[in-house]
Structures are given as structure tokens and as C-alpha cells.
Write a protein that binds this ligand. Structure first.
Ligand SMILES: Cc1cc2nc3c(=O)[nH]c(=O)nc-3n(C[C@H](O)[C@H](O)[C@H](O)COP(=O)(O)OP(=O)(O)OC[C@H]3O[C@@H](n4cnc5c(N)ncnc54)[C@H](O)[C@@H]3O)c2cc1C
Length: 415
């Protein structure tokens, strides 16, 4: 009997793992909650991919007799340590597993500032995903602000879709950005070239550094953005603000499965094994580091789960990717000064309209939850939980099944 590997997440980590496992003679079941495979960076499905690595993985998976792909399928939690609960097509399906690989990716860190809940304000990756999904931005004015390389990628996506990118506002000062560039040049030549080509594409667009968001202005919708740079406030009229402050690992399912988490990421050893027997993890859910880290970790995890050794090329690739991840974190990890963006009257929990002033008197997440309903709306703290961790140093509770909204019909199928 062929061994079976269940994989949650159809991004680069999950696709690389699936391809590797099939090549090693296993059967795989890939479960992903998007309409099409690809995860974040390869969003939109095979017909839109330009990266040959995505195409190579999909060419192996598509139509393979040992490959089952469940798209539009959310793993909403687990029944026990060896059964996933999946909602698909409005029904609930229990999926038992022996070997499980978590490739659940990351989500954006949304930091609150005055006006961030106005229509027209999104995350940086959020705007990118909307544009890739077909939202028209042709001729619309876009400001991209926050910190990190995703700002440049988002500006490029908006520009290619015909938007007028009014400004890119980076929180880090120029000397730190230069040091990052030199670090890329010294150890990550390909990434340096990618960054240089993005800058070339975006030339002519004001790139304001050492600046932070003060306010998004508008009534029913966004009208303008105010940023502070060099002690002066600058106002940009715009239709969209893409505000990005980096990414946080998506550990919801790992928490529900009781895997160890540290520094916000799933803890893994050299074989990408989590603290729970029979469960591996790869990609951004084990730490933010980009597509190369996801691919190398996915391949290593798949082989380890099948009792095989990693290929000779993947260990150095993973080491290089981890060095890049550390450089990213050193340069763009959101620093405490960004807390000043959040005024007392700023809404922190947008589901339940809870302001910073109402949260301040509380000692921890649990106490604040009981007193204010923070984190108790539809997103169940997926957005405001990370914001509260950054603003107040509160750690999250363990995730419980269901880890995301599920229909009553699907839940009743699990009875
Ligand atoms: C919004 C956003 C935009 C980004 N844009 C870029 C970019 O332009 N360039 C870049 O270099 N990097 C970008 N990144 C970083 C990017 O995530 C990584 O480079 C790379 O995609 C990581 O691959 P991964 O396989 O680890 O995770 P992902 O690509 O995030 O894939 C994870 C997959 O798992 C699925 N999933 C998670 N939980 C469940 C569940 N419970 N049930 C079913 N499916 C589940 C997700 O929907 C997703 O399809 C972006 C990240 C985010 C969050």
C-alpha cells in the first residue's frame, strides 16, 4: 500500500511538497480553501502563472492518479489528533490522516491607525489580491504605505493594472534600507536583481522613507492620506490606500492540533516535524521568509514524512532562505514606534467596534475579551489579535474548532 500524505494549503509550500511526494511514490490529498491553487504569491490559478516552478508542480499534480486536490475546501478544525474537519460544497467531511503536512501560509499584520476602517483602505497584500482577482483600478489613485518589500510588489501590481500610484511610503529610514540592499547584494543576488527591477519599474513614483501613516481621511470612503516625514505632514489625495506592515504566520490549525508555537510561528525541527507525531509544517506558517523558503521546506517536509532524506540541494537552499528571512525581520520587523499610529479613539477590533482606549485598562487578551468583546466578531481575533499582541504585548488563546466561520449544515454533518 502506498503511504498517503495529507497537505493543507495549496501555495508554493504545499504544491512543492505534493510534487515531491508523488515523485517519491506516495499518494497525496491536497486541501486548499481558494478556488484555484497557488496560495498568495501564485494567486489566480495556472492560467495566470508566469513562474515556471508553479507550472512544473501543477503539471505533475494535474490528472495524476495518486493525487486528490480539494479546492474551495476549508479545514475548519480537527475532531481529534488524527481527523480533520473539512467544509466543502456546504457540507462537512471528516478526513482521517496518518501523515499531515501543514502549509497554511501567512496573513497580513493589520495595524490600526485613524481611518483604517474606511472603505478604500486595505492591506498591501489585500489590494494586491483584489487587483489580481479582477477589481478595476485603472486610472484610480493609490497610495501604498507601511513597511516591507510587499509595498513594492503591491505598487507594481497596481501600476500594471493601470492605477496611478501616487506615493510609496516606507516606515524604515533610508540608511536601514541601504543596509538591506547591501545585505541582498552580498548574499542574495537574485533577490537583489528582483528588487532592482521593481525599483526600475516604479521609477518616477515618490518613494518617501522614514515616514509613517498619520491618518486616512474621508466620510463614506477614503479621500486622502496624511503621512509624517521629516517632522512634516504630507497629504495625498487618493482613492485607495494599501497599508502593509508585514506578515504573521497562520497558525490557527496548528494551534487547534496542539502543535507547539513560539514567536508566533509553528515550531519545527530539521525534518520540518512539529511537536506532534505525524504532523509536519512548511512555508510561511513556520516563519515569514518568502517563496524560496516555502519551496525548500515543502520538499524537505514531504520527504521526511515519507521516511526519506532531503535532497542534497534543498538543505543549502533552506539555509539561504532562512538567512534572507532573518535579514527581512531585522530590517522590516515592525518597531515599537509604529504603536504611536494608534490614537486612543482608534478602532482596534473592527468587527466589534472596540477602540484602543477601551482596551488599555485591561491586563491581557482574555480579560479584554470578556469586558469589551474584542476578538469575538466574525474574524474571531484573526486581525485584532495580532494587533493587540503588537500594541499591548498580549498573547493569544489557543485556537478552537471551528477555527473559521462554518455553516450550521456543515457542522451538523460532523455530529
Ligand atoms: C496577502 C499576501 C500577499 C502576498 N504577496 C506576495 C507577493 O506579491 N510576493 C511575494 O514574494 N510574497 C508575497 N506574499 C508572501 C507569500 O505568502 C509567500 O511568498 C508564499 O506564497 C508563501 O507560500 P506558502 O505556501 O507558505 O503560503 P501561501 O502561499 O500563503 O499558501 C497557503 C495556502 O493555504 C491555504 N490555507 C490556510 N489555512 C487553510 C485551511 N484551514 N484550510 C484550507 N486551506 C488553508 C491558504 O488559503 C493558501 O492558499 C504574500 C503574502 C500574503 C499574506
Amino acid at each position: 500500500m502506498k503511504p498517503v500524505l495529507h497537505i493543507v494549503g495549496g501555495g508554493p509550500a504545499g504544491l512543492a511538497a505534493a510534487r515531491t511526494a508523488l515523485a517519491a511514490g506516495a499518494r497525496i490529498c491536497l486541501i486548499d480553501d481558494n478556488h484555484a491553487p497557488g496560495g498568495q504569491i501564485w494567486r489566480g490559478g495556472p492560467e495566470r502563472w508566469t513562474d515556471p516552478r508553479a507550472r512544473a508542480a501543477w503539471d505533475t499534480l494535474r490528472g495524476h492518479p495518486d493525487c486528490t486536490v480539494m479546492q474551495d475546501a476549508q479545514v475548519i478544525g480537527c475532531r481529534d489528533a488524527s481527523t480533520l474537519l473539512v467544509e466543502t460544497g456546504g457540507r462537512g467531511v471528516a478526513v482521517p490522516f496518518e501523515r499531515l503536512l501543514l502549509c497554511s501560509g501567512s496573513r497580513e499584520l493589520a495595524l490600526p491607525f485613524p481611518g483604517w476602517t474606511l472603505p478604500g483602505v486595505t492591506g498591501a497584500g489585500g489590494l494586491q489580491a483584489l487587483v489580481k482577482g479582477g477589481m478595476p483600478v485603472c486610472g484610480r489613485r493609490v497610495v501604498v504605505a507601511g513597511t516591507g518589500p510587499l509595498l513594492l510588489a503591491t505598487a507594481s501590481t497596481a501600476l500594471r493594472a493601470g492605477a496611478q500610484v501616487v506615493a510609496i511610503v516606507e516606515h524604515q529610514p533610508w540608511p536601514r534600507l541601504s543596509a538591506f540592499g547591501l545585505g541582498l547584494l552580498a548574499r542574495h543576488g537574485r533577490k537583489f536583481l528582483q528588487a532592482a527591477s521593481l525599483f526600475a519599474e516604479l521609477r518616477g513614483i515618490p518613494y518617501v522613507t522614514g515616514a509613517r501613516l498619520v491618518e486616512a481621511k474621508g466620510d463614506d470612503a477614503l479621500r486622502a492620506v496624511v503621512v509624517r516625514a521629516g517632522g512634516k505632514d504630507i497629504e495625498y489625495a487618493c482613492d485607495f490606500l494599501a497599508a502593509g506592515f508585514g506578515l504573521v504566520p497562520n497558525t490557527d490549525l496548528a494551534r487547534a492540533l496542539r502543535c507547539d508555537i513560539a514567536d508566533g510561528a509553528i515550531q519545527v525541527d530539521g525534518g520540518q516535524r512539529t511537536s506532534r507525531a505525524g504532523i509536519w509544517a512548511a512555508g510561511e506558517c513556520t516563519g515569514i521568509g518568502g517563496v524560496d523558503k516555502a519551496l525548500a521546506e515543502g520538499r524537505i517536509a514531504a520527504l521526511d514524512a515519507l521516511g526519506l532524506s532531503p535532497s542534497g540541494r534543498d538543505l543549502p537552499l533552506r539555509r539561504a532562505a532562512h538567512a534572507f528571512a532573518a535579514l527581512l525581520a531585522r530590517t522590516f520587523g515592525p518597531d515599537a514606534s509604529l504603536r504611536a499610529m494608534c490614537a486612543p479613539e482608534t478602532i482596534v477590533c473592527r468587527c466589534e467596534d472596540v477602540t484602543a482606549a477601551r482596551l488599555l485598562p485591561h491586563r491581557d487578551w482574555r480579560e479584554a475579551k470578556l469586558a469589551t468583546r474584542v476578538g469575538m466578531g466574525p474574524c474571531q481575533g484573526k486581525t485584532c489579535g495580532a494587533a493587540c499582541a503588537f500594541l499591548f504585548g498580549w498573547s493569544h488563546e489557543d485556537a478552537r474548532t471551528p477555527i473559521m466561520p462554518a455553516t450550521a449544515r456543515a457542522l451538523s454533518d460532523f455530529e
